[in-house]
Design a protein around this ligand. Structure first.
Ligand code: NAP
Length: 588
């Protein structure tokens, strides 16, 4: 391909796509668009940091060869007033990966945002916004470190496609007449009208990308966010198509939240991703109050627009939030803020949003080691209160530095002891894993509370079972009683002896078989008084059937078993609590 103003570096290779996979050479060409306003300042600073991280991470064996592409005001100067030159679009497709600073949208009728045009022209259908906290960054939250989500926002549908008819225009009048006369729609006169298309194709390819990302990055869940309770055939359909896609294409890798409780009692099976959904309005509250419950989020354009900025505010605002627009392989990474023209060429603003978009880009290329170095160096510089003006005004005792000095400080950390930095990032990941396990333990210890929090009602044995506590068959009754007291439980499971059968010892056994029979609890083994065999049920047995089974056997508790191993216990008290708490309304 020949270009007029774009110069592809000769000593480099292009990134390519083979067998549906990105193939990144050690010396790739990557396109960059410096953007308008503050764009050149933040791009100059970020390029130096990315290069330093790659050099340090790979000891000079890998190197990015940057290729400048033009859009916005710089392009208009070069291409005869064209802000959006075709050859830049061709080059992005050719190079597969590019990164851009912010672009001005000239105010005035008929001019479409360049950012929106770029996404639509290149069919970059997923806007990806990871939002995580870097220690030391000023935040309005008490525990901002709990936020670590990646939002996948659909880029090509919804009200943003711009099918809109202004009040009083002939098109509006024609559409109004059609809606009223043919479809019986009712609305006020002179209403402006917009169309909100949501398709199975658009929804599914977005959800596919979100699920694939979650699986590739060992994430815990994907939450489909929608307003389907009101807009059933657009937002509600997005939710349904999302679940449908998960089942059609990822059935071995995912379970639904319903299955998590109804089948697995809150314990996430190893290697399975949970797919769940939440109504958009409550999601804003949940992301502030209980952010740890969310991981990857997939949503339509308008919800995603609001949600990304709102969550970004929790960890330091859009000045720091990175972003990417990704299609089928072609990806453009970008700062999420605008051109802040009043600060142009002052070497003053925060380069973090673009800089961290570059981290996302390095991860996308599979150059995680370089990304980790920046991720680890970043909080260290912030911790030293070495920050640009925007962070400084929110921090006590900060040293306000310029854009380029901030980059220098980062490079000094990156080129310092990389072992320390690598360990720092590994420790952060290990802490996230520990928190995930703690959440799971809490879910399993009190599945009813967890289920209430997720807005569901239990319907199966696994949904209400409590974790079991067991003792070996030759344990002494007195010791087992201490264990029951310690765990505040009224029964304990007895592990199999040579007969291979599990048993159960209850408080009632102590009354009848120890006290009533005048035996010594200190000289009796649990296997002597345990009841066998256990009455068991499958995890997905419904609550009415479970109750019927308990009644027909005249027992007060039943063991939930999976593949012949007890995994939980349900008692009459548990059933009582469910009915009292959730009610038991049967549709006649
Ligand atoms: P903006 O450029 O994002 O700036 C708004 C304010 O945000 C700035 O005045 C500044 O706040 C703060 N800010 C933004 N970037 C910052 C940074 N890197 N470091 C520190 N502070 C930063 O929004 P706008 O003024 O509404 O938009 C200006 C132009 O940008 C418009 O033409 C718009 O269309 C365009 N835009 C482009 C993109 C994009 O390319 N993706 C996105 C949004 C807007 P203080 O004044 O408080 O210091």
């Amino acid at each position: 391909m020949t270009y007029t103003h774009i110069k592809i570096p000769q000593a480099a290779e292009k990134i390519s796509v083979r067998n549906d996979k990105l193939r990144v050479p050690g010396n790739p060409v990557i396109g960059f668009i410096e953007g308008d306003g503050i764009g050149p300042d933040i791009t100059r600073a970020s390029l130096r940091v990315w290069d330093a991280a790659v050099e340090k991470a790979y000891g000079g064996k890998r190197k990015i060869h940057w290729c400048e592409l033009y859009m916005g005001e710089k392009a208009a100067g070069l291409y005869d007033g064209d802000y959006f030159p075709q050859e830049s679009l061709d080059a992005i497709k050719d190079l597969v990966v590019a990164i851009k600073g912010p672009l001005t949208t000239p105010v005035g009728g008929g001019f479409r945002s360049l950012n929106v045009s770029l996404r639509q022209t290149l069919d970059l259908y997923a806007c990806v916004r990871p939002v995580r906290y870097y220690e030391g960054v000023p935040s309005p939250m008490r525990r901002p470190e709990e936020v670590d989500v990646v939002i996948f926002r659909e880029n090509t549908e919804d009200v943003y496609v711009g099918i809109e008819y202004a009040s009083g225009t002939p098109e509006n009048e024609e559409l109004s007449r059609f809606l009223r006369e043919k479809l019986g729609a009712k609305f006020f006169d002179k209403a402006g009208l917009a169309v909100k298309p949501i398709s199975p194709f658009g929804s599914k390819r977005l959800v596919r990308k979100a699920i694939q990302y979650a699986l590739d990055h060992n994430r815990e869940s994907v939450t489909l966010v929608h307003k389907g309770n009101i807009m059933k055939y657009t937002e509600g359909a997005f939710r349904n198509w999302g679940y449908e896609l998960a089942k059609e294409e990822f059935s071995n890798d995912v379970i639904t939240e319903e299955e998590l409780y109804d089948r697995y009692g809150g314990q996430q099976p190893e290697g399975k991703l949970v797919i769940k959904d939440r109504i958009a309005d409550v999601m804003f509250q949940l992301l502030q109050l209980r952010p740890t419950e969310f991981d990857v989020i997939a949503t339509m354009n308008l919800n995603g627009d609001y949600l990304s900025d709102a969550v970004a505010a929790q960890v330091g605002g859009i000045g720091i939030a990175p972003g990417a627009n990704i299609g089928d392989h072609v990806a453009v990474f970008e700062a999420t803020h605008g051109t802040a023209p009043k600060y142009a060429n002052q070497n003053k603003v925060n380069p973090s949003s673009l800089l961290l978009s570059g981290v996302l880009m390095l991860e996308y290329m599979g150059w995680g080691k370089a990304a980790d170095l920046i991720n680890a160096a970043y909080p260290k510089v912030i911790a030293e209160k070495f920050v640009t003006y925007d962070f400084a005004r929110q921090m006590d005792g900060a040293h306000t530095v310029s854009t380029s000095t901030f980059a220098d400080a980062l490079i000094a950390k990156i080129t310092g002891s990389s072992e320390d930095l690598a360990r720092f990032e590994q420790e952060r990941r290990a802490a996230l894993q520990r928190e995930r396990k703690e959440r799971e333990a809490q879910r399993m210890a009190n599945p009813v509370e967890a289920m209430k929090a997720s807005g569901r009602q239990p319907t199966t044995a696994a949904g209400i079972m409590s974790a079991i506590v067991s003792v070996p068959a030759d344990a002494i009754v007195e010791d087992a009683m201490h264990s029951m007291r310690k765990h505040d439980i009224s029964s304990i499971l007895v592990e199999p002896h040579s007969d291979g059968q599990w048993g159960i010892m209850t408080q009632r056994d102590i009354v009848t078989k120890i006290v009533g029979a005048n035996k010594s609890a200190a000289n009796t083994k649990v296997s002597e008084i345990a009841t066998k065999p256990l009455i068991t049920v499958q995890p997905d047995l419904t609550l009415p059937m479970l109750s019927e089974k308990m009644a027909s056997h005249g027992i007060r508790r039943v063991i939930v078993e999976d593949k012949a191993v007890p995994i939980g216990i349900v008692s009459e008290t548990d059933l009582f609590r469910i009915v009292e708490e959730f009610g038991w309304d049967v549709e006649e």
